[in-house]
Ligand binder design. Sequence first.
Ligand code: ADP
Ligand code: MG
Ligand code: MG
Ligand code: MG
Ligand code: MG
Length: 432
Amino acid sequence: MVTGELETYAAEHGVKFFLVSYVDLLGVVRSKLVPSAHIGTMQRVGAGFAGFAAHFNMTAADPDMMAKPDPSSVIKLPWNDKVAWVASDLYMNDTPVQQSPREVLKNQIARAAEMGPGYHMKTGVECEFFLLKKSSEIEIADSKDDADKPCYEQGALMRHYTVISELLEYMETLGWEPYQADHEDANGQFELNWAYDDCLKTADRHTFFKFMTKTVAEKHGFRATFMPKPFVDKTGNGAHCHVSVWKDVNSPCSTNLFDAPLSPSTTTDNNNDHSNQALGLSVLGDQFMAGILHNAQALVALLNPTVNSYKRIDGRPTTSGTPWAPFTVSYTGNNRTHLLRIPDGGRFELRLADGAVNPYLLQAAILASGLHGIRENLPIPPRCDWNGFFPPPNIPALGNDFIDSYLFVQRQQWRSYTSHLSKWELDNTLDC
Ligand code: ADP
Ligand code: MG
Ligand code: MG
Ligand code: MG
Ligand code: MG
């Protein structure tokens, strides 16, 4: 980091203020608005925050937490050219704060770089959201958007052209290479996709995308929500993540290590029979996925961080037919009904995370789990090439009649309970 870099940036781009920003443990974005005349000092010593005032495991007696902006993350607000947003790294007593989500991710990135030929994770995230009326009621903004199967509906998409096209144009300006936008599976739900990149960049962009979407929606009189399950009878907001691991990222011969080798003779180091090379995923990709499957329960704690999250992943059908969210620890090919999907060669998709996920912990948890799989050479289990929303009756967990029946009635009771939204959830998650 070159001190003075942001001062130069301000001068060159006519920026008057910087939003010196970080994300706390519950995913809340905290910032200070800093005049550019003082950004050099902030880069050197950081902007001071009382850690206890944010969601951290700190006390009111702790010294100031200093947020030092990372110039490589700077983004000029497309809707206000006087202001630039910049992600920060947190320090206390001149030492990196280990519980800072961005630090947790950076530590995993450093571990990855030390393994094998130097691993480097690249990811793309799909941030689904709803456009609601800006009122105290939780109501979809477009009252005509009421079909049972509204996914990809042209009319419903174009009635929100103003918001969606503005977001696409902003992302183009920022160089994110957006390539599509659509109406998703729930009434009032949308998704905009942009190109995958280095996982730290994706985490910063994920954070900024939520800020930008909420801002643009508000400007046009709506409210955007990323709440995991704002309507219990509709598909929830996922934050699917597509993953690949690369080497030599800074050289022209950069290689995607998840691409299956062309020749079967190079597959001899495979330690099991369930390889996915025929689907275009390498042995390293299988090991990485095995790490995700092995750590799935821990991943739920990190990737589904709110009470409301559990209403998205409980497998209840929706008015569209399915919830499109995984509820078994299983993987498959190009099939959207399992935890992991291999949509294409050279990558896989993790469908677990939701709109409340902390963007940095999402990447950190995926990377940590994947590195675990690689380090331990964990075997990949067989693929589950069936409709995961209707599992076949012979899956081993089911047991005898009594267990089946008992689970059946208990699950019914649980679903009845979870089919209600509490005021607490709305108060705490609608603006996640
Ligand atoms: P789907 O809806 O089929 O799951 P999308 O097109 O909505 O997929 O999103 C796919 C995401 O995956 C995008 O962000 C895209 O850039 C990303 N992606 C594509 N190829 C790779 C890859 N090799 N590594 C990581 N991410 C990838
Ligand atoms: Mg003060
Ligand atoms: Mg998508
Ligand atoms: Mg989607
Ligand atoms: Mg997806």
